[in-house]
Ligand binder design. Structure first.
Ligand SMILES: NC(=O)c1ccc[n+]([C@@H]2O[C@H](COP(=O)([O-])OP(=O)(O)OC[C@H]3O[C@@H](n4cnc5c(N)ncnc54)[C@H](OP(=O)(O)O)[C@@H]3O)[C@@H](O)[C@H]2O)c1
Length: 267
């Protein structure tokens, strides 16, 4: 039941009909007995500045989730940014403070890291091969480098994008060896696929899986299918695997916390 006291949350996207965030959050609210609702808002890029201005004056708004194609444009429309959002240049959750200020941050990288740790894998001190140099890769690379991995190799189809990402990261993280490289897992402890390869059944594998050995952990961030051809091949080689859903589960938890959409326990 929506009442006069119901706290409002929203997700901004274009298109909007495919988003699952309202189901996820509203089920949580119902389970926790929270008087809150998250609604989908379909806003086109040209409407985004007006939308954010409207959010500022909505006194019963807790915050919004931001997704494609608005994650980059929202950066310059926030009043304050968290460190990850500032460095990555993308926002996926915005909190509205009581005075109307909008505070944006990005939880892709911290979500991946939290998922990994929750599954019992500590990345500090490890040698990591990151496949891909897109938006998710940038966030995960920053989170891993900040978490103290010993070495981070970034391999991407478009090599120049991997090099650009390395250039950006080394300005902020000095304690870890970061370089652009080949998609060769040899000499690495953890291989993470952040490319979109594996979503379609006829996609090629992102690495030569014959180079995998059982001491390497292989991680995906793709959620469907749960066991991508890469993870199936890694299992076949005796490697421990890490599923894409762990990142999303933790991202949702962290974004909910950021916008204040949590039960009294804070989770
Ligand atoms: N689990 C989660 O919570 C979560 C969160 C965010 C994203 N994701 C998933 O992560 C993946 C990437 O998302 P994104 O937002 O980072 O996308 P993005 O910014 O568009 O980056 C896509 C990456 O995939 C590479 N790529 C695409 N097609 C390729 C091909 N045919 N061969 C080799 N490389 C290819 C791109 O390489 P080029 O630079 O050469 O084009 C780029 O590195 C998607 O599958 C998305 O669903 C999962």
């Amino acid at each position: 039941m929506i009442t006069g006291k119901t706290k409002l949350y929203a997700i901004l996207a274009d298109p909007i009909s495919h988003v699952r965030t309202p189901e996820v959050f509203n089920e949580r609210f119902a389970r926790d007995g929270s008087d809150a609702v998250l609604v989908p808002i379909h806003v086109a890029p040209e409407g985004l500045p007006a939308m954010l201005a409207a959010l500022r004056v909505m006194k019963n708004l807790g915050g919004v989730i931001v997704t494609v194609p608005h994650k980059t444009a929202v950066v310059s429309l926030c009043d304050e940014l968290g460190e990850a959002a500032r460095i990555i240049g993308a926002v996926n959750a915005v909190r509205r403070e009581d005075d109307g200020r909008l505070v944006g941050d990005n939880f892709d990288g911290t979500g991946f890291l939290a998922g990994l740790r929750l599954q019992g894998y500590e990345p500090a001190g490890r040698r990591v091969l990151l496949l891909g140099a897109g938006g998710a890769a940038a966030a995960i690379a920053f989170a891993l480098a900040s978490a103290g991995v010993a070495q981070l190799t970034i391999a991407n189809r478009t090599r120049s994008k991997a090099e650009e990402l390395v250039e950006r990261l080394v300005k902020f993280v000095t304690a870890c060896h970061i370089a652009a490289g080949d998609a060769d897992p040899t000499g690495h402890d953890l291989v993470i696929n952040t490319t979109s390869l594996g979503m379609k059944p006829d996609d090629p594998l992102p690495i030569d899986v014959t180079l995998l050995s059982p001491d390497m952990t292989v991680a995906e961030i793709i959620m469907k299918p749960e066991t991508t051809p890469l993870l199936a091949a890694a299992k076949g080689k005796g490697c421990p695997v890490h599923y894409g859903r762990h990142m999303l589960d933790q991202q949702i938890r962290l974004m909910a916390k950021h916008i204040g959409a949590t039960a009294s326990s804070g989770d």
